[in-house]
Design a protein around this ligand. Structure first.
Ligand code: GDP
Length: 448
């Protein structure tokens, strides 16, 4: 995902600000440097990075943090606002009859995106149709037809047709029963005059409500020229970033958004018709800043569960721990699942209210169950009775001694395990009743 590692590196820098009520020039420099590094790595244009970091620097040093706000929260807010400024709101896609035309170079993912978007609209209860006007790329017709069959959406194309404008006209007529017309156009290897002429003619024929520029996430700075060309010929209302599953970049697309004064509409995250997401700026930036994104968390939990089931292990429902019932048995399963999901502190960071708030109040190592400790904990758990696993709170001093001896560890480590369990139980109880509303509340709180 775009700028994926900014969150963790930035959080590291932010952590150093704990307890401070004012930011020094050096603090601001360090944060800005961290942001610059990540953005440049993600292929964001240098001028854009400079503009962003200048704005952050200026505001961080000039604006007074509101009373009661820590320096850390203050700069987070500024970074958040400045990032929103660049990334922008998601392109508005009304759920109503309309015509959308896709533009982009060959291989950018237009045909795939057309079928994906049709699938997306059909899931929203509309009847979409894809019109394939790409007569340039051999195989475009078959590919589009197959994908549309898979997506179970209407399709029009003409494998023998030579005139894209005629195909567009016939396609609009042939699919007039559809609500949403998605017009796929031909690309070229590079920006060529005939490509621009052709797309202008198709645009005149189908009169789209929205033109989307499809860009490969790995495109880098070439995005700028493409965006400018397409924008000046047909007008670009939004950008689709494809192949985000294959790259950590995507900064080129941000440049395109900036260049066309548009926004991001969809993200492509794989090769099948379902691998499409609406772009959500809040969730995107929140995650970037470690402020929590429940959707991503639940996907990760789901994935881990699927892997667990594939591995033939018992059915573990995360809902159980969300109910606030959290025994040592749950903790053991949780530790196994964590191995698949990644470190617990990262998972916690994705939960609204925990990422920014609660995690800060816990000791730094509260969630740090390292591999070594986990292994020790597992051995200790093996020495416990079923009763003890179900009711860890009832474990007394003599039992601790027995368990330590039985597991070949020491009482200190057994106590540590019990302590860890308590801490996790308390933290995981915060899952209870958390939803989208909490996310928004967190944001509001952050905005002061
Ligand atoms: P077009 O020439 O612009 O129509 O591009 P295509 O739709 O044919 O896509 C080019 C290649 O990229 C194809 O092999 C697609 O399967 C692949 N592709 C498109 N979108 C994605 C995506 O989001 N993720 C991945 N992994 N591959 C994609």
């Amino acid at each position: 995902m775009v700028l994926d590692d900014l969150g963790s590196s930035l959080r590291g820098t932010m952590d150093k600000l704990r307890g401070k009520s004012r930011l020094s020039k050096e603090d601001v420099q360090e944060i800005v440097r961290e942001i610059q590094r990540s953005l440049l790595q993600a292929d964001v244009e240098v001028a854009l990075v400079m503009e962003l970091s200048e704005n952050i620097k200026e505001r961080a040093l000039e604006e007074e943090p509101p009373g009661g706000t820590t320096a850390r929260d203050h700069i987070l807010k500024i970074v958040y606002e400045e990032m929103v400024e660049i990334v922008g709101e998601s392109t508005e896609i009304p759920l109503e009859p309309q015509t959308i035309m896709l533009a982009g170079l060959q291989g950018s993912g237009k045909t795939t995106t057309a079928a994906k978007m049709a699938w997306w609209f059909s899931k929203k209860g509309l009847r979409p149709a894809v019109i394939q006007t790409d007569t340039f790329r051999p195989g475009a017709y078959d590919q589009a037809k197959q994908m549309c069959e898979r997506a179970e959406v209407d399709f029009y194309g003409d494998p023998d047709g030579g005139d894209p404008v005629q195909i567009a006209r016939e396609g609009m007529e042939a699919t007039e029963d559809a609500d949403v017309h998605i017009v796929d156009t031909a690309g070229r290897h590079a920006l060529e005059a005939d490509l621009i002429d052709e797309i202008e003619e198709i645009e005149a024929e189908v009169n789209p409500d929205l033109n989307l520029l499809v860009l490969d996430a790995a495109i880098g700075q070439g995005a700028k020229e493409q965006a400018r060309e397409f924008d000046s010929s047909i007008g670009i209302g939004g950008v689709v970033i494809t192949k985000l599953d294959g790259t950590a970049k995507g900064g080129g697309a941000l440049t395109a958004v900036n260049e066309t004064d548009s926004s991001i509409a969809f993200l492509g995250t794989g090769e099948t018709v379902q691998d499409i997401e609406r772009f959500e700026p809040n969730g995107f930036i929140s995650r970037l800043l470690g402020m929590g994104d429940l959707k991503q968390l639940s996907e990760r939990v789901e994935r881990a569960m699927m892997e667990q089931q594939e591995a033939g292990e018992d059915d573990w429902e995360p809902e159980d721990i969300m109910k606030g019932q959290f025994t040592l048995k749950d903790m053991k399963r949780q530790m196994d699942a964590m191995n698949r999901m990644g470190p617990l502190d990262q998972i916690m960071d994705m939960i609204p209210g925990l990422g920014g708030g609660l995690m800060d109040q816990l000791p730094d190592d509260a969630m740090d169950v390292t591999q070594d400790r986990m292994r020790k904990f597992e051995i200790i758990m093996d020495s416990m009775t079923d009763m003890e696993m179900e009711e860890p709170r009832a474990i007394g001093a003599s039992q601790i001694r027995r368990i330590a001896r039985g597991s070949g560890t020491d009482e200190e480590t057994v106590k540590e395990l019990l302590q860890q369990h308590k801490m996790m139980e308390r933290t995981l109880k915060q899952f209870k009743g958390m939803g989208d509303g909490d996310m928004k509340r967190m944001m509001k709180k952050l905005e002061g």
